[in-house]
Ligand binder design. Structure first.
Ligand SMILES: [Ca+2]
Ligand SMILES: [Ca+2]
Ligand SMILES: [Ca+2]
Length: 450
């Protein structure tokens, strides 16, 4: 039977509608199942197709939509959801639904304190799953092959996304004006624009995700995007990509542009990129400003407002007996503490600047009044002769630099004996990276060049 207009309207609290696998089909007008304001309602095991919108729960709470198939609904209206829509309300549960091929989108939720678990929202020309509420828990859903974002958070805060899959969309996961959300262990790969895109979004935590092979092909959704793995855009501040606990690092590889791009906009700051595995991306591992390698400037004077944090400079790497020694330096804001992170890479990036494949360790350093600090870091790991080492610097407000060059550049030689007398020249290195034994050797070097 084909229904004209809305097929089923819920008219009381605490109703359970079990469709037992039966199908209701519309004539592209109205809703399949509608509930406006009744609570503790359950709708399950229904097949709902060819309406304007499939299942619409407006301002409902403590309600459940479970194990329905909601497809081929054609409404072009309401923000991102022609399939299942939950505008308003709270404490709802959407589980095990299949919501494919609805014209304007799969699932739209502006409820709060709700959970979405194990839903599938594939091949929707609009957004797969659109969350515009706060304090929701979104776990183990799949939103693939859509024409827009697979998962979107729009103006939603404190949501937790875990183990969701968003592949083959225009963008995998898109946060717009959304703060303090957590994205953990999701797969945002093989999308056509970006894997994860933050736009005007702050204080989000992005850990343990797989963000691979996002490459622009121009074939769907957001055309003109560049294929970055993770793109922090337009004043997105104080976000954390990665983390210091086991498993917190993201894998960000084989993307068609940069691994992570940060465009600071009008004063964004404090985006931390830590302990990830970033490799084999077409351009840089981290690009601040979207302009390729941003050169270091003396004392990092460009750091204010733009956060072009200077990167470390590699002097020397030696690995033997299961121990690796890395010597380098940082020139940045004076008398400031930083964390240097060290990575090994199977391949040196063709730019000679880096990516960061395998995290080796980190070391805190503090610059002197002259803006400089030289450091020696020793880690109980082996770096093969065929591998290269790169570094990042993160300042005390959490802003991470681009990766260093993997090509060692020897430190400048001492030029007068006072540099030796003042505690040594830097940390007493010759230009070939070998260490002076003592200050007498340094003075001899100044006097003889040997
Ligand atoms: Ca690269
Ligand atoms: Ca740059
Ligand atoms: Ca700088």
């Amino acid at each position: 039977m084909v229904c004209s207009g809305t097929a089923i309207t819920i008219g009381a609290d605490s109703i359970t509608l079990d469709g037992a696998g039966h199908r209701i089909t519309g004539d592209t007008t109205g809703g399949g199942i509608e509930n406006s304001g009744y609570n503790y309602v359950t709708v399950k095991n229904c097949i709902v197709t060819n309406f304007n919108h499939g299942i619409l729960f407006s301002s409902c709470s403590h309600s459940t939509v479970d194990s329905n198939t909601v497809s081929l609904n054609v409404g072009a209206g309401n923000a991102g959801g022609g399939g299942i829509l939950f505008p308003g309300g709270s404490n709802n549960s959407l589980t095990n639904n299949t919501v494919n091929s609805n014209l304007s989108g799969g699932i739209f939720v502006s409820s709060s304190f709700s959970n979405l678990t194990s839903n599938t929202a594939n091949s929707n020309p609009g957004i797969g799953i659109d969350i515009e509420g706060s304090n929701n828990v979104i776990t183990s859903n799949t939103a693939n092959s859509g024409g827009n974002a697979g998962l979107k958070i729009g103006g939603g805060h404190n949501n937790v996304f875990t183990a969701n899959t968003a592949n083959f969309n225009g963008v995998g996961i898109f946060l717009y004006a959304s703060d303090s959300n957590t994205l953990n262990s999701n797969n945002a790969s093989s999308n056509n624009g970006y894997g994860i895109w933050l736009f005007f979004s702050n204080s989000n935590i992005i850990t343990g995700n797989t963000v691979n092979s996002n490459i622009t092909t121009g074939s769907n959704g957001y055309t003109g995007l560049n294929g970055d793995g993770i793109f922090l855009f337009f004043d997105s501040s104080n976000n954390i990509v990665g983390g210091t606990t086991p498993g917190a690092g993201n894998t960000i590889a084989f993307n068609g542009h940069n691994g992570v791009q940060v465009v600071e906009g009008q004063g964004a700051t404090g985006n931390t990129i830590t302990q990830n595995s970033i490799f084999s991306n077409a351009l840089l591992g981290i690009d601040l400003g979207g302009d390729g390698v941003t050169p270091n400037d003396p004392c990092d004077a460009d750091n204010n407002g733009h956060d072009n944090q200077n990167y470390p400079v590699l002097y020397f790497v030696s690995s033997s007996g299961g121990m690796t020694t890395i010597i380098g330096a940082l020139n940045s804001t004076p008398s400031t503490s930083f964390t240097i992170e060290f990575f090994s890479n199977d391949v040196g990036d063709p730019s000679t600047f880096g990516e960061g494949q395998t995290f080796i360790g980190s070391k805190p350093v503090t610059t002197g009044a002259d803006c400089n600090v030289t450091f020696i870091a020793v880690f109980p790991v082996t770096v093969l002769a065929s591998q290269v080492v790169t570094m990042t610097a993160t300042n005390s407000s959490g802003t991470t630099s681009e990766f260093s060059s993997w090509v060692p550049s020897p430190p400048p030689p001492p030029t007068n004996v006072n540099q030796c007398k003042n505690g040594g020249w830097q940390t007493l290195f010759r230009t070939n990276g070998t260490q002076f034994k003592n200050q007498g050797d340094c003075i001899q070097y100044v006097n003889t060049g040997k």
